[in-house]
Design a protein around this ligand. Structure first.
Ligand code: PCA
Length: 157
């Protein structure tokens, strides 16, 4: 079972979520909402207003996101889309389950609320020196009060 925790534009309602729903990219099943066990800075950076979870545990907030079960094809798609390893690095992260929905047919024991699970996350260790000082967020929303709307891949020049 491959589990991926998404906290940014891949979440439901965010600009890249539809890419996970395209069967050509593989399959996903939503499993749970969750938060990072350790605090991490989630910042919005670069000229395209891209969300990055900085690999700086202990700083920032307990970041909220969604855990999905994905197949290897989807994992390969996401790695390519997130430009691993140059833009993001995919690492395992500990998460506190908020609400486990599960589903998708395959038997998988449902962890209770508050239990700790591990999933892959697209975080970055290769950030610019000023990024840790940027405002950080607990839960990413491209349309949030910050006004830093995400520039989609298609809209970039
Ligand atoms: N996509 C990945 C990492 C940041 C982003 O926008 C995600 O949603 O988790």
């Amino acid at each position: 079972m491959i589990h991926v925790f998404v906290y940014g534009t891949l979440k439901k309602g965010q600009p890249n979520h539809y890419r996970m729903l395209d069967p050509a990219n593989g399959t996903v099943h939503f499993l749970a909402s969750a938060r990072t066990v350790e605090k991490h800075p989630l910042v919005i950076a670069d000229k395209h207003n891209v969300p990055f979870l900085l690999n700086v545990p202990g700083k920032g907030q307990h970041v909220h996101g969604e855990i999905y079960r994905v197949d290897t094809r989807m994992l390969e798609f996401l790695d390519a889309f997130e430009r691993v390893p140059s833009m993001y690095q995919r690492t395992l992260l500990k998460l506190v389950v908020e609400k486990w929905v599960g589903g998708g047919g395959e038997e998988e024991a449902a962890p209770s609320e508050g239990s700790v699970v591990e999933a892959y996350v697209y975080s970055t260790t290769t950030y610019k020196p000023e990024w840790p000082a940027l405002p950080n967020y607990e839960s990413y929303d491209s349309q949030g009060d910050h006004g830093l709307e995400y520039v989609t891949r298609e809209a970039r020049d």
